[in-house]
Design a protein around this ligand. Structure first.
Ligand code: NI
Length: 191
């Protein structure tokens, strides 16, 4: 399951084009603040069969916030996404993968982390990112960011490499189909 964090951005539509051409689905963990100003991109993402998850309002480290502020970060983002797509997100990815017991409790959603981090935020090199992402094992969740041009440029190679290995590129819901995920619990792959 490929996942894209921190968008939507100016590169998201290009990524959606690539996913569409390759008949691949993904999950987008969006920021409420960015979703609010790029409603059409969020709506397109949703209509094209991708999953929209909650990545907080503006990328604060939730572990460092009060309970009231954690609640606001999560709930305002849920509400913003619901206003656009009509559907409340059912998965949370806290920024930096950072959480504590308050986050787990307030989330009221499963917390989705990752098994493979290609460090695409650090190395803005499409070939390198493609090589790292192509090493994904079956049933895992892969982290990436659709706010970087190099990451989006890496995707045709990644998709073709993974498809060659016989993988299906799916959303988080599809990855965990038939399993019931527990609110506040952490997941990084299908076991
Ligand atoms: Ni992030």
């Amino acid at each position: 399951a490929l996942t894209f964090d921190d968008g939507p951005s100016v590169y998201t539509n290009q990524l959606l084009d690539i996913l569409k051409e390759n008949d691949a689905k993904a999950t987008f963990f969006v920021l409420g603040k960015s979703a609010k100003v790029q409603k059409n991109t969020v709506l397109r993402t949703f209509h094209e069969g991708h999953q929209i998850g909650n990545h907080s309002w503006d990328h604060k480290d939730l572990k460092k916030l009060s309970k009231a502020d954690i609640e606001q970060q999560i709930n305002e983002t849920n509400q913003t996404i619901k206003n656009i797509t009509g559907k409340v997100p059912n998965v949370l990815r806290p920024p930096y993968g950072s959480y504590n017991n308050s986050v787990k409790e307030i989330a009221k959603m499963p917390i989705i982390l990752w098994d493979l981090d290609p460090l695409d935020w650090k190395d803005r090199d499409a070939a390198l990112v493609a090589q790292r992402m192509s090493e994904a094992k079956p049933n895992v969740i892969v982290l990436a960011h659709d706010i970087h041009k190099s990451t989006v440029e890496a995707m045709p190679k990644v998709i073709s490499a993974l498809k060659k290995k016989g993988y299906h590129l799916v959303t988080i819901d599809q990855l965990f189909a038939g399993k019931s995920l527990i609110n506040g619990q952490i997941y990084n792959k299908r076991k």
